[in-house]
Ligand binder design. Structure first.
Ligand SMILES: *Cc1c(COP(=O)(O)O)cnc(C)c1O
Length: 385
């Protein structure tokens, strides 16, 4: 009975081209000449063997532990946490930072903790699943506004600001599927015209790659101080695991007492925290990698413009719009055969009829690889209606 039902559901996914499965990715990517265009290793730090060796020698010398064996509030709050959080606070110029097990944990835990029935959360329609789950777990009322539609956002605030104790605007900085950006200056301006607005900014795709010191879009735009909840993740450009929030002393104490996925989970292993710190010690000096990424991204943007594709992305994440899921899958497959590991992104990750190839670039890609990718796309991708 149960199995019949879920089999039917799986069949529907397959018919629509929306069925997902896990692959043996190592054997795929080890094929000679394969270019991985689906990785979030934007600065190519994760694939940097020298850097890894240097760290592993340090880890061995210091006999870094591979488990914390406990939650942070019990005995898991190792010295590595304290050093990493101090480093983050000093980089961002904040009083405090808190490290979480993952970005998903941070988002689904912080939002419910900082909101209640007297809160209204206004979230960009394209916000990440972890932010949406945070809304679902919160007792606040929430409204999703159209993607980057500041007129609608302004209207919603004008209508509601007197009805709620506070309003939290939730958005990503660089959006994970479209590769476009929030207008942070505009958001800060909106915030400043009221006295009860807070900004929650998820910089999962901004940290590492943006800003003079690689601290993200808020640094790039000079608005770090105006962001109430600034979230960064370690799993993408920073090539590690975990996430953090930049905050003041008061919010620090509050979150440690209230965020359930902070309290009721095992602390990260010291070796991973030490690697995150190793990266954060070097992130400010990664300009060359940031510049390279920018340069090859611009090359891809020129292709998008010349190919009658909708111009959406302003970053290293570049969607190539296809439309139907099955079509997107078949083009992705052809590209894979040509040596470009591109994945089709399909509903429910994006809305129905908006299946696409999601290309994410990494700093160590060679220009001639980008050139041959563009040649292949020109041949395979039909004009988008
Ligand atoms: C990847 C991602 C997350 C989740 O971070 P993890 O550390 O991978 O759990 C959160 N928000 C956005 C926008 C993301 O892209």
């Amino acid at each position: 009975m149960f199995l019949d039902k879920i089999n039917q559901e799986l069949d529907i996914l397959k018919e629509k081209g929306n069925f997902r499965e896990l692959r043996d990715i190592d054997s795929i990517l080890s094929k000679p000449g394969m270019v991985n265009l689906s990785s979030n290793d934007y600065l190519s730090l994760g694939s940097d063997e020298l850097l890894r060796r240097e760290f592993l020698e340090y880890a061995l010398e210091n006999n870094l532990r591979l488990t914390s064996s406990s939650s942070r509030l019990l005995t898991g709050n190792t010295n590595e946490y304290i050093e990493l959080e101090n480093k983050l606070a000093s980089l961002y110029g904040s009083e405090k930072a808190i490290v979480f097990g993952s970005g998903f944990h941070a988002n689904e835990g912080i939002l419910p903790a900082v909101s209640n029935e007297k809160t209204l959360i206004l979230a960009d329609k394209l916000s990440h699943a972890s932010l949406i789950d945070g809304l679902r777990l919160s007792s606040a009322k929430n409204i999703r506004y159209r993607h980057n539609d500041y007129d609608q956002l302004n209207r919603l605030i004008a209508e509601n600001s007197s009805l709620y104790e506070k309003i939290i605007i939730v958005t990503e900085s660089i959006f994970s599927m479209d590769g476009d950006e929030v207008d942070l200056e505009r958001l800060v301006e909106i915030k400043k015209s009221y006295n009860n607005i807070l900004i929650y900014l998820d910089e999962a795709h901004g940290v590492g790659v943006r800003g003079k010191n690689g601290l993200g879009c808020a640094e790039e735009k000079g608005v770090i101080k105006d962001i109430d909840f600034l979230i960064g993740t370690f799993g993408k450009a920073l090539a590690s695991v975990g996430a953090y929030i930049i905050c003041n002393n008061c919010v620090y104490e509050y979150l440690i007492n209230k965020v359930r996925p902070f309290i009721f989970t095992t602390a990260l292993p010291p070796i991973n925290l030490a690697w995150s710190l190793f990266i954060m010690d070097r992130i400010a000096s990664m300009d060359q990698r940031r510049e390279r990424l920018k340069k090859i991204s611009q090359k891809m943007h020129s292709y998008i413009e010349s190919a009658s594709q909708p111009v959406i992305s302003s970053s290293h994440i570049i969607p190539v719009m296809i439309g139907e899921s099955s079509k997107a899958c078949s083009i992705a497959e052809q590209l894979q055969k040509l040596g470009f590991w591109v994945m089709a992104v399909r509903p429910p990750t994006v809305s129905e009829g908006k299946a696409r190839l999601r290309i994410s670039l990494c700093a160590d890609m060679e220009e001639k690889q980008i050139d041959s990718l563009i040649r292949a796309l020109k041949q395979l991708v039909p004009p988008y209606e």
